[in-house]
Design a protein around this ligand. Sequence first.
Ligand code: CU
Length: 175
Amino acid sequence: MSPSLQLVAPSCLLFLSLPLLLRAADYTVGDGPWDTGTNYAAWADNHAFVAGDVLVFQYVKSQHNVFEVTEGTYRSCDTAAGVLKGYTTGFDRIELTEARSYWFICDYPGHCVGGMKLAVNVSDGGSAGRGDAGPPPSVPMPPPGSAAAASPPGSCRSWAAWALTLSVFVVVNYM
Ligand SMILES: [Cu+2]
C-alpha cells in the first residue's frame, strides 16, 4: 500500500464511523472519579450530550453518592426536597433518556456546596451534531433528516481516487 493510501484509509474509517460516534456514547463524569476536586461545570460545558448518552459516575461508595435532583435542589443543595433518584453503587451508569436538563449532586455533607454537582443539557441528537467530534473540514455534515449514510461512501471513494491519482503521479515522476 502506498504511503498516501495508508493515510487515507484511516481517515475513511474514521469518517465512516462518524454516524456511529454521533449516536449514544458513554461519558465518565469529569473524566475521572466523581469527587470534590473536579470542576463539573467546565466539564459539562465541553461536552454536547444527546438523548441516549450514558453518564458514568465512578466513586468510593462510602464517601460519595449520586442524587438526581430538581434544578432548585441543584442550586440549594438542600435535599429535604427535590430528590428524584438516588444512586449509591460507586459505579452508576445513568442513561440520559430524554432531551432535557438533568441535575446531579452528591448528598454527602458539604460536597454539593463544595461544588460536587453536575448540570447537563441533553438535546435530541436528531438536528444537531456534537460540538466535540467535528468531521474533517472539507466534508460538510449532512443536513438534518437527510440520509446520513448516503454521502460517506462516495466521499471515501473520492478520497481513494484522489490518493490513487497522487500515488500514480508519484510513481510516474519519481520512480
Ligand atoms: Cu461526595
